[in-house]
Every structure is written in C-alpha cells, then in structure tokens.
Design a protein around this ligand. Structure first.
Ligand code: ARG
Length: 469
C-alpha cells in the first residue's frame, strides 16, 4: 500500500458510532476503494453540489448552508486537481474522503451534506455521470476513425484487390469498398453506445440507502441540474442496477471485436506474403535482432487488448449474477473493469484514428494478387448465363476452364478465345470485357455493391450520416 493511503490519527470513521473496536488494518485496506475510485471525484463533487442545491430548494438546508457547502466543495475540487488532496485509506472511498475533508474545512455545516442521501445512491450516480462523459468521448473517437476511413475509401474507390471468403481468393473488390465495410461496423458501434447512453443517463439519487428518504426531496430538480434525462423509478433497483455498465462493456467488447478484425487484416496485409499495405513507420517497431523487421505492433496490440475488454464484460455480468436486492458491497468491484474498459477502448480507437489515414495501399501488389486465384470465374459464369446457359451448367463449364488454367498456368483472361471456346461455344470475343478486374468490379453496380461508382455514392451517404450526428 502506498504511503499516501496510510491512516492518520485524525481519521475517524463516519460510521464509527456503533463500533467498539477499530477496523483491522488489513480489512481496512482490503475493503477500501479510494485507490481507484478517486477517479470519480469530479462527478462526486458535481453530484454533491446538485444535491445541496436541491436540499436548499426544499428548505432542508438554508441558502447560507448551501453556499458554504458549495464553496467548500469547489475548493476541494481545486485541491484534487492540483494533486494537493490527501487521500486517506481509512476513509475508505472517494465519497467519505471528500465529505470528511469538507467538514474539516467548513466545519459542522459540512456534516449536513449527506442529509437524505446514502453512498449507495451517491456512487451509482457518480458512475453514471462519469460513464456518460466517457461515452461521449469514445463516440467522438469512433467518429474520428470513421472520418479517416471515408477519406481513404474515397481515394481508393478504384483500387482493386482480391476479396476473400475462407481467406481464399473469391472475387475482385475495390479497396474502398473493403474500407467501407469497416465503416459500417463502426456505425453500429456508435449507435449501440448512443442507445446505451439513454439508460446510463438516468439518475439514482434520492433512492438513498435503498428505500428512499423521509425528507421532501425533489429528484426531478436534482436530475435537471445534473443533466440527467430522467430518474430511476424504483429505489431498490436504483442502488443495485449495474445493467448499464454491463451494456456499456458489451458495446465496448463489440468495438474491440471489430478493431481486432481490422487488426488481423492489417497484420496479414503488411506481411511480405500479402504485401497489400505499408503501415507508417511511426506506428511500427523494429526487432532487436533481425535488422530487416518492421513489425505491425499497433494492430497486434489492439488485437490482443480485445481479450481484456471481454474479460471485463465477464467480470461485470458475473458480478451481478444472483445478487439479491438491494446494494451489496460486491458492487464496489464494478469500477476497475469499467475504468480499464474505457482506457483500453479509448486508446485503441485513438491509435486507429491516428493510423488509418496514413495507411499506404500497395495498389500494384493488390491488383496482382487479384489476378491470381481465378477471381473472375464467377464473372465468366454470369456471362454464360446472360447468353442463355443455365447457371449450374455454366458453373460446370467454368470449373473445367479453371482446371485447365491450373494445369497450364494461365488466368482466364490470359486464355485465347479458341481455348475458352473448347469449354463452351457460346463464348465470344466480348468475354474479355468481363474477364478484366475492372469490368468485374464495375459490373457490381447496385446499392451495397463493390463498383467504384457505388463506393463513391456510399462515401457521400456516409458523410451525411456523420454530419447528422
Ligand atoms: N465504495 C462503495 C462502492 O464503490 C460505495 C458505496 C458503499 N456503500 C456502503 N453501504 N458500504 O460501491
């Protein structure tokens, strides 16, 4: 335990009245959360200021008392910001540390702040205020990454690469189209977070310990002061609900799932074997032994960090399983998973938003790869269908042509008309229009298709979408 958390003689427990012996030193450290929950301090103070303001409105505090409390809280906020606040482990958590300091600095009026409130509704309120802010920051990072993807997708609307299924060459696609697939995933992530925010932004304060309070509180007023969209409708649920944290972590797990998919592709593409992209040097590292190495550390690390966020989701959902109503100390365990989820997701999104616009596609190499693997075989089959051949027959014909190509080392587009006609006399000179990569992608010209024209239209639609956020 760090020295700054050592108990001082002056610390007395706010709940010490019914106790006849001091807390065991190990238990004190074991049950404390101040080491990590001090991160909630600005939200704890904001919540307390709103609570005091409401108490004065309903005449539980005088206006003078309210003003003294608010002034005291604001100077504590300053102390914390400047790193001058003396956090004490014997005061257990952020809430009691701040309250004790308030009484220390303004005297007995400080003792009135906790009227009509409990740490149970207080902590639930703090986390929601904090999470609301963090959701907004994460959303902004998603937005930034999406903007970068659109710049790249627009620039690479005509760039041809192989599309894959089973990681085997399937059909040619445009690189811009591939990038827009990532964009779509992130759009859903953004929407999920916005939806989650609706349930985060509901205020538990007023539930007190579990049953509500005997004071004539005005919860709607406090909620308005804090920018909440509404108040929790049941006091027992208010202090014990952590669904919002689970939902948030689930949404973040999907963000990380998506980032891990991008990462996997970038790692593959940056290899000598694929050679599709060059990642900027400033996002890579070298090897201490192999001088030629340039490792895609950022995508690799992001891929790896996915696991910890999913781990946090498991922690939180297991934390809530079978918990009886109402508040239980178990819930103190919600904070570290939430905090680490936020830090991890924000850092990963930031790295990606910075890196994506600087990805250098190796266009020639992508195109060469698209030529290998008979990526226009489906185009030949469709060509025959359009000339009256049934699809199953054309599939068979093209299969035989591919077999010939494998044996002779020729792509379909490299075969002579006579060679192709050995498989079907329906094939004519115009076949070569569809056997080119450009012809193949341009032909997929419908909403959601890979044609450069469609990619450009999708970029415009997507920009509108971002603008409307
Ligand atoms: N540190 C506690 C938490 O994080 C605050 C609430 C404590 N409430 C209580 N009755 N012990 O959940």
């Amino acid at each position: 335990m760090q020295d700054k958390f050592k108990s001082t003689a002056a610390d007395t427990k706010p709940w010490g009245g019914r106790f006849s012996e001091a807390t065991d030193a190990f238990v004190e450290a074991f049950t404390a959360s101040v080491e990590f929950d001090q991160r909630l301090a600005p939200y704890d103070i904001a919540g307390s200021i709103a609570h005091a303001t409401m108490l004065a409105k309903v005449d539980v505090l005088t206006e003078d008392e309210r003003d003294i409390i608010i002034k005291g809280l604001k100077s504590i906020e300053e102390e914390i910001k400047l790193g001058q606040f003396n956090w004490s482990i014997s005061l257990e958590d952020v809430h009691m540390n701040i309250e004790a300091r308030l009484t220390d600095s303004i005297g007995i009026t400080g003792k009135k702040l906790h009227t009509g409130r409990s740490r149970n509704d207080q902590v639930a309120t703090d986390i929601r205020l904090f999470l609301r802010e963090e959701i907004d920051q994460i959303s902004a990072e998603i937005n930034r990454l999406q903007e970068g993807l659109l710049v790249l997708a627009e620039r690479e609307a005509d760039t041809i690469m192989p599309g894959f299924t089973h990681l085997q060459t399937a059909q040619p696609v445009t690189f811009g189209h591939h990038l827009l697939a990532w964009f779509e995933m992130l759009s859903r992530d953004y929407e999920r977070l916005q939806d989650c925010r609706k349930r985060v932004n509901i205020m538990p304060l007023g539930a007190a310990a579990l049953a509500g309070t005997t004071y004539p509180i005005d919860r709607e007023y406090t909620a308005k002061l804090l920018g909440f969209d509404g108040v929790c409708q049941n006091s027992l649920d208010a202090v014990s609900d952590r669904d919002f944290a689970i939902e948030f972590t689930a949404s973040c797990s999907l963000i990380m799932t998506h980032l891990s998919r991008f990462s996997e592709e970038l790692v593959l593409w940056a290899s000598a074997q694929f050679d599709f992209v060059d990642l900027p040097d400033r996002f890579c590292t070298g090897s201490s032994i192999m001088p030629q190495k340039k490792n895609p550390d950022v995508p690799e690390l992001v891929r790896g960090k996915m696991g910890r966020v999913v781990g946090h989701l498991m922690s939180l959902i297991t934390l809530m399983k079978s918990q009886p109503l109402a508040y239980n100390k178990d819930n103190q365990e919600d904070k570290e998973p939430i905090f680490d989820t936020i830090d991890t997701v924000k850092n990963c999104l930031r790295a990606y938003a910075d890196m994506v616009p600087a990805i250098e596609p190796k266009r020639d190499s992508m195109k060469e790869a698209a030529k290998r693997g008979f990526s226009t075989a489906t185009d030949l089959a469709d060509y025959l269908v359009k000339k009256g051949v049934a699809f199953r027959d054309s599939h068979e014909i093209v299969g035989k042509a591919v077999r010939f190509g494998l044996d002779s080392g020729k792509d379909l587009s490299e075969m002579s008309l006579q060679e192709l006609q050995n498989f079907s006399s329906t094939i004519q000179q115009d076949v070569f229009d569809v056997l080119t990569l450009e012809g193949s992608v341009a032909a997929r010209d419908h909403l959601g298709g890979t044609a450069p024209k469609q990619v450009r239209a999708a970029v415009i639609r997507s920009r509108e979408k971002l603008k409307a956020r």
